[in-house]
Design a protein around this ligand. Structure first.
Ligand code: NAD
Length: 270
């Protein structure tokens, strides 16, 4: 269904790895809503090739960029403006990776080189994206930048590991840069805190199924699916949310404000 919410808007979408990726669903919805955009991912992810199917379906160019490289990011913004014929209106940052999680290191036995990488890829990259965009003046006034996060930034989920610290930092960068970019160019910056979702990054976390099912049983609306997250991103890219900035917005079926549900209480009835 299209309401032409993004008609005439131009964007950059980071992080579509495969059809399960949240970014993939956002790209499909953005295309339906009339946007034109470029797709980007780390060169290693591009080699897997799936993104080309998405690019074809959305009539989008793929431009490789490692989100930890300033040079790659500046090039991405310049090339995207060339390709799209002008400045950008929206950016989706849908990037996360922890080598500690990948290698099964526990939170009390972290490898600090890995920890640096987690922070660089999953949090500092948002700062780099925003700073690179500002440097080449790539985003139009009232443009919108959205990054995806998880409630482990506020509450402890033991196996979310160093990604929890990265998400806290990501949310903080969205607030801080949201202030500066808002003042300078009226650009808004927000994070969406999404329910557990079955994707490559999500399922990499130990015990994913347990906390997926737990969150589903606690949330009055159940876990929010990736498609609904994509819809929410579209509203934030649209002109209907022009004065929303520097926020962490929960998109979680009510999980964040629910103490306990009857379904979960019944499991503890003695
Ligand atoms: N899946 C969940 O349960 C869940 C819940 C809340 C938030 N999120 C967040 O949503 C975002 C998207 O993740 P997803 O669940 O769609 O998984 P995904 O694995 O499909 O996406 C993660 C993306 O990050 C990209 N990436 C990794 N290193 C990179 C680098 N150096 N440069 C550029 N890109 C890089 C990967 O190639 C991949 O496309 C992440 O920030 C994730 O933390 C996911």
């Amino acid at each position: 269904m299209s309401n032409s919410l993004l008609k005439g808007k131009k964007g950059i979408i980071f992080g579509a790895l495969d059809p399960n990726s949240i970014a993939w669903k956002v790209a499909v919805r953005a295309h339906e809503e009339g946007a034109s955009f470029t797709l980007t991912n780390a060169p290693v992810a591009l080699r897997m090739g799936a993104i080309n199917q998405l690019a074809e379906a959305c009539n989008a160019k793929v431009i490789g960029a490692d989100a930890t490289s300033n040079a790659d990011l500046e090039n991405l913004f310049r090339e995207s403006m060339n390709e799209l014929g002008g400045k950008i209106d929206f950016v989706l940052h849908s990037i996360g990776m922890s080598p500690n999680v990948r290698k099964g290191k526990s939170y009390t036995d972290l490898d600090y080189d890995f920890f640096h990488k987690t922070i660089d890829i999953s949090a500092m990259s948002l700062h780099r994206v925003l700073q690179s965009a500002m440097k080449v003046d790539a985003i139009n006034e009232w443009g919108s930048v959205v990054a995806l996060t998880y409630i482990a930034a506020q509450r402890v989920f033991p196996d979310y590991n160093d990604m929890a610290d990265a998400k806290s930092m990501l949310e903080s960068i969205a607030r801080s840069y949201g202030y500066h970019y808002g003042k300078a160019r009226k650009v808004r910056v927000n994070t969406i805190s999404q329910s557990p979702t079955r994707t490559t990054a999500g399922q990499g976390v130990k015990g994913f199924d347990s906390f997926f099912n737990y969150a589903d049983a606690i949330s009055p609306l159940g876990n929010a699916p990736a498609e609904a997250c994509a819809d929410y991103c579209i509203t934030l890219f649209s002109d209907l949310t022009r004065h929303v900035t520097m926020q962490n917005l929960f998109h979680d079926g009510g999980f964040s404000y629910t103490g306990v549900s009857r379904e979960v209480m019944e499991k503890f009835d003695s």
